[in-house]
Design a protein around this ligand. Structure first.
Ligand SMILES: *Cc1c(COP(=O)(O)O)cnc(C)c1O
Length: 403
């Protein structure tokens, strides 16, 4: 591939992916952001950093996660050969740990002694609290007061792991407000504090750094499919909240033009109205959380609270690299509704004996929708980025069932 035609060129030295990305932060944060970027670039080429990360990925998280041929689902749908990349088997139950381990090692390398993070549904908060316990660092998690009420089991997990969970009462008391509060804490405590961002968003270098830590998903997948099928897949599908599990799977395949790549946003109750979280399918570019990207916003540019049955997809923005990949046309973005996701959840559970999280159930739903049109000798890989234990109460409520 001609270097100029590569889809892997972003970001530039200003952290831009085309017109997206960048670093829109308070002036007081700039020196810290530049210091973080420098340390990250060093870590990228530092053998001892990389080997410590590999060690933890293998013995703490349980990587590599298997690439599993979903034979019963394939037969049920009478379609192309379906594989699941099983990141739901990771320690803590999702892909989030891949990124948190990378960032806490970087915090240690930079001599930071205090960890902060924001969380919405609590999955990222639990992963941050987990690695903070593992490395013996105090950690503060900002969480909207409304989310604390909605996500009690994860709040309790974080506390057991030793984290301090700080309720945020500003704005709508949800994720966006918690992100603002975490950025404010960082500005006030730049010297000793490391901010672990949980998805491919935030100011540069976060989108690039989180993508790189999550790219282990796609690197393993490529080796595994070449080993198991002797060729590249025809299709990759992953769900998108902020976009980190999707970027992780997609990135190593971006220049393999025979591979069709699709990202799945939360269509909630449909794209008419505001009851969805499909920033790319139904949002407009703007600035949030230190970067320019597609956002759910009203006519005055106010951020809209989205809706998804899946708390992990409930993010009003999307990583800037996805915004860029949408505009270049390399990746296609599709929205899936709550109902479609729940139907897919049921099909996966009953045919494969795997209870998926509601987030990847959106990816499976898209697969089910396109299944009738796929040639039987095609190979499709779906990223199973999380397990569904956390979602059983939501499912029960949606189906009007008692637990
Ligand atoms: C957090 C989460 C997501 C959404 O985050 P991305 O950055 O888009 O990957 C998706 N699936 C699961 C299981 C999650 O925990």
């Amino acid at each position: 591939m001609n270097k100029l035609n590569s889809h892997k060129l972003g970001p530039d030295q200003n952290g831009r992916f085309g017109i997206f990305g960048g670093r829109f932060v308070a002036e007081t944060l700039m020196p810290l952001i530049l210091d973080l970027e420098k340390s990250y670039l060093e870590a990228k080429n530092d053998d001892s950093f990389q080997s410590e990360l590999s060690y933890l990925n293998k013995y703490y998280t349980g990587r590599p996660s298997p690439l599993y041929f979903a034979e019963r689902l394939t037969n049920h749908l009478k379609t192309a050969k379906i594989y699941f990349k099983r990141d739901e088997l990771n320690h803590t139950g999702s892909h989030k740990i891949n990124n948190c381990l990378g960032q806490i090692l970087l915090a240690k390398k930079m001599g930071k002694t205090r960890i902060i993070a924001e969380t919405g549904a609590g999955q990222h908060g639990v992963a941050v609290a987990t690695v903070s316990a593992r490395f013996g660092l105090p950690c503060v998690i900002y969480m909207g007061a409304k989310d604390i009420e909605r996500q009690k089991p994860n709040v309790f997990r974080m506390k057991l792991l030793g984290a301090e969970v700080v309720p945020v009462n500003a704005g709508n008391s949800t994720l966006k407000d918690a992100m603002n509060e975490a950025l404010r804490d960082w500005v006030a405590n730049v010297n000793d504090t490391f901010y672990i961002i949980g998805t491919v968003a935030g100011p540069h270098p976060y989108p690039e750094m989180v993508r790189d830590f999550q790219s282990i998903i796609g690197k393993e997948t490529k080796e595994q499919i070449l080993d198991q099928e002797g060729r590249l897949p025809d299709h990759l599908i992953a769900c998108i909240g902020g976009g980190s599990n999707a970027m992780g799977l997609f990135y190593p395949f971006l220049d393999d033009m025979s591979v069709k790549i699709t990202g799945i946003e939360a269509g909630g109750m449909g794209l008419q109205g505001n009851k969805h979280c499909a920033s790319l399918s139904a949002g407009r570019p703007g600035v949030l959380h230190g970067n320019r990207t597609y956002l759910l916003q009203d006519d005055d540019g106010q951020i809209i609270e989205g809706h998804s049955i899946s708390a992990g997809l409930d993010y009003p923005g999307i990583g800037p690299e996805h915004a860029w990949l949408k505009e270049s046309g390399r990746v296609e973005y599709v929205a899936i509704t709550d109902n479609e996701a729940v139907d897919a959840f049921k099909v996966c559970t009953k045919t494969e004996g795997i209870i998926p999280a509601l987030e990847p159930s959106h990816a499976i739903a898209h697969l089910i929708n396109i299944a009738p049109n796929l040639p039987k000798n095609d190979v499709v890989i779906v990223n199973l980025c999380g397990r569904g234990d956390k979602d059983i109460f939501t499912i029960a409520e949606h189906l009007n069932m008692e637990i």
